[in-house]
Design a protein around this ligand. Structure first.
Ligand code: BTN
Length: 311
């Protein structure tokens, strides 16, 4: 019998996670059989941790997982990778990251998952701005970040959580998928502990790289910015914007990412705007339909920006 049927986190070993992640800067990795929400659990501890870097928690089952826009996030016991990381973003010189760069943590986590899904599982994952990882247009992972402000007014900590569908054979909606369904073979899907180890390693690598000089890495021409942009499949696409408070989707072309990772779009009327909230749904051109001039321009602009060395 699958041990996770009785203990949803039976396949995780906290001691092994701690030792294999210590050189990536993780000071603690906690394994919980079940919890309401790893984001909520870590957010409560983050102020007490007093800026200790980095800490993570993983669980086999969330009873009240949180999604974006106050939605619930539910995955059955034992079959998804649900975890959170707490960090206190400071530069190497000890100053807090400039506040405009903190929202990039969501994309750094989405990148870390994308990177591992591509390299360890061999399926072509991409990022859908701002927080989804898709394979073949279906969602395999969602990311949720929140800021935790200490009562003493010191710099906020961040909690960044991700839920990755690993071995579900059936998903509740046709727009979702799992690594097992995409790989088509259980042998091709690494265990949750291996996936988590590599995702946290990649997150720490990017996080520490940005911490050396956030403006240089995430500003125009920055290497980490270019790496993230190269994976954001939304860029260069026509998008239907489902904005809070509006029932009619707006059509636009996604042209780039702003200073804080917001999506820069251009509407049919030629007006540019920056989006930092709301749902963005990709609109694919119908087969045979040529790209519009605005799409062509956006794609060229993005290629120019991302054509340098990768981080
Ligand atoms: C979304 O797509 O809406 C974001 C989903 C984020 C889910 C993860 S699972 C681990 C962490 N803990 C939570 O309560 N939520 C995030």
């Amino acid at each position: 019998m699958d041990p996770t049927a009785l203990e949803p986190a039976a396949d995780f070993r906290a001691d092994q996670l701690q030792s294999s992640l210590a050189d990536s800067g993780f000071t603690s990795v906690t394994v919980l059989d079940q919890v309401d929400s790893t984001n909520r659990w870590l957010a409560e501890l983050a102020p007490e941790a007093g800026g200790a870097e980095l800490s993570a928690v993983v669980t086999g089952f969330q009873t009240a997982g949180k999604g974006r826009l106050d939605r619930q996030w539910f995955t059955p016991p034992g079959v998804a990778l649900t975890f959170s990381v707490a960090c206190s973003p400071h530069t190497a010189a000890g100053a807090p990251w400039p506040v405009e760069y903190v929202p990039w943590l969501t994309l750094i986590m989405a990148h870390s998952v994308t990177h591992v899904v591509r390299n360890l599982v061999g399926v072509p994952a991409v990022i859908k701005w701002p927080n989804d990882v898709l394979v073949d247009s279906r969602k395999v992972c969602g990311v949720l970040a929140s800021l935790v402000s200490p009562p003493d007014g010191s710099a906020p900590s961040a909690v960044v959580g991700a839920g990755l569908n690993v071995s579900q054979r059936h998903l509740p909606v046709p727009t979702a998928t799992s690594l097992l369904l995409e790989a088509g073979d259980a042998e091709a899907v690494p265990g949750r502990q291996a996936l988590l180890t590599e995702i946290l390693r990649e997150f720490a690598r990017c996080y520490h790289r940005v911490s050396v000089d956030p403006g240089a890495e995430l500003g125009p021409g920055g290497d980490v910015r270019a790496l993230l942009e190269s994976e954001v499949d939304t860029l260069g696409r026509r998008v239907a914007l489902h904005l809070p408070g509006s029932t009619v989707p707006e059509q636009a072309v996604a042209e780039g990412l702003g200073t804080s990772g917001e999506l820069l779009v251009r509407g049919h009327d030629g007006a540019a705007r920056a989006l930092s909230a709301g749902d963005v749904v990709h609109v694919r051109p119908t087969p045979g339909e040529p790209r519009t001039a605005a799409e062509q321009r956006a794609i060229h602009a993005i290629r120019d920006v991302t054509a340098g060395d990768r981080a």
